[in-house]
Design a protein around this ligand. Sequence first.
Ligand code: ADP
Ligand code: MG
Ligand code: ZN
Length: 631
Amino acid sequence: MNVDNKKPGRKPLYVYYMVAAVIIILLNVLLIPSIEERKVEKTDYSTFLAGVEKGYVTTVEVQDDYIYYEATSNGQVICCKTVKMDDPNLVERLEKANVKFGAVAPEQPSIFMSILLGYGIPILIFVLLGRWLSKKMMSSMGGGPGGAMSFGKSNAKVYVKSSTGIKFSDVAGEDEAKDLLKEIVDYLHNPQKYREIGASMPKGALLVGPPGTGKTLLAKAVAGEAEVPFFSISGSEFVEMFVGMGAAKVRDLFKQANEKAPCIVFIDEIDTIGKKRDGGIAGGNDEREQTLNQLLTEMDGFDGSKGVVILAATNRPDSLDPALLRPGRFDRRIPVELPDLLGREEILRVHAKKIKIADSVRFDEIAKAAAGASGAELANIVNEAALRAVRDGRKFATQADFEESIEVVIAGYQKKNRVLSNKEKLIVAYHEIGHALVAAKQTESAPVHKITIIPRTSGALGYTMQVDEGEHYLMTKEELENKIATFTGGRAAEELIFHSITTGAANDIEQATKLARAMISRYGMSDDFDMVAMENVTNQYLGGDTSLACSFETQTLLDKKVVDLVKRQHQKALNILQENIGKLHELAKYLYEQETITGEEFMNILQAPPAQIGTAQSNNSSEETTAAQEV
Ligand code: ADP
Ligand code: MG
Ligand code: ZN
């Protein structure tokens, strides 16, 4: 600690001493000799002799090399010096002129004294002055009673005591996470209640979840409710702002926290310092590893009963070092998942309080349409709706504003200037209806909420919003297969009607493949592999990348199985469309003319008399996806 403590103060002092030294040397070399010299006038020997003869010279002092003398000129006494010459008659002359004279034993000033006077005393003065100055500086910076420059003080802005004023009521949904955090807040308020029974609070809680679900917001709410000091720091600040000092920062953070207990320490994006340490592979980040080690040590070291609670947030829990996650460090893992239907509605309501809305706005409808959106996206949707209202010169946002802004947030703005040729537009219409029709005809797939064929800035030429009524946590093999069939439905319609295929299905293909692959390699939904995982998910909250965990031979087999599965579903989609080709034409024509079709209109046409096929009552539909299906 000490070493670190002094560091910030050392540099200015260095500079100060350097400047002082230069000044002292200059004084010695230039100024002092010239002061001594000033009053003594230099003359030549002949002038001196003339002065003696004429009686001007009153006293003479002969030294080693010089002769110093006083002479009166114009009534004034001046001091002069002249070079001593080899002049044996000098004494005689001086006697004759009646001058007081003598030779002084050469005064060799002692080296010790001259150094002391020339250097010692000035240095002493400067040192004292410097001390006094730096002491004054420290006390004005608010250093502790010891006067030492405290590390944390110089960067107090890093550990901000929260004054955000965010409360739990500002966080909608996420009830489980809120309950767990409320308990921590309660503990900080009345620790006695817990101590009586012998319970101790978890030392740390880790908030994990996808981006934009409100992890940072929750931590801020804890700070707002707890009314205890709240130290907030982002993981990246340890390694970025203080290069080479990560470990020292951690030490200091915990020292401060201990002093301020009870308090909360919040480390956001902890994965930046908490990454798994790899087994000494060259090129590892030494700095980060040291920081992590320090963090582990500190978390072990402090006394949980004192009331220091560590909160941390991350969206990459799987990349964290296992040592960090073990009980005793982060005992509690609080999942902050994407909001469900009710959660979405609440979040919309919380954010809609900030804008003016029409009374007719139905939040449940909007929440339904925004399936799969995160809290951050919902906040964005509300804001986009308000912006759209302003653009249209209205004083409040309407249902239509919200509906449009969902599409804006998910698929981008409408592209005004991209004009599709009629042929292209027709293909897009059939493609989208193909998806929807296949979905509707498989009883367990979600019905569509809305289809539009207005190009979007995201590059989608058409856009299908699938909506479901209820929540789903498990998916059966059949449901997954139906989803794959739905993904292939767009391309199937193109094939069936135009007997040619387009590039428009790229996104569908990607999603169908991903799903099919997961079914076989991770969900154990193929006979050959039984319950053996061929792939592992590496970061579930950020796109869900996978890494293969099987031999080359198995990979080949796996690929083949994926292709088979998708092929089967593609064929199924083709069959469904073939059976309903009349409805396909009818619906596609409607979409082509109107450019937008709602779920209701879609079902009306589908269930209308001409084709009396069993109605597709697909209310208990599949899992929640916002199917932003590009054409
Ligand atoms: P992250 O989980 O990535 O840390 P944030 O907490 O930063 O996400 O959330 C970003 C923004 O999204 C918040 O500022 C807030 O406006 C909004 N938001 C996210 N979740 C919620 C929620 N549950 N309730 C209200 N607003 C939310
Ligand atoms: Mg965050
Ligand atoms: Zn498609």
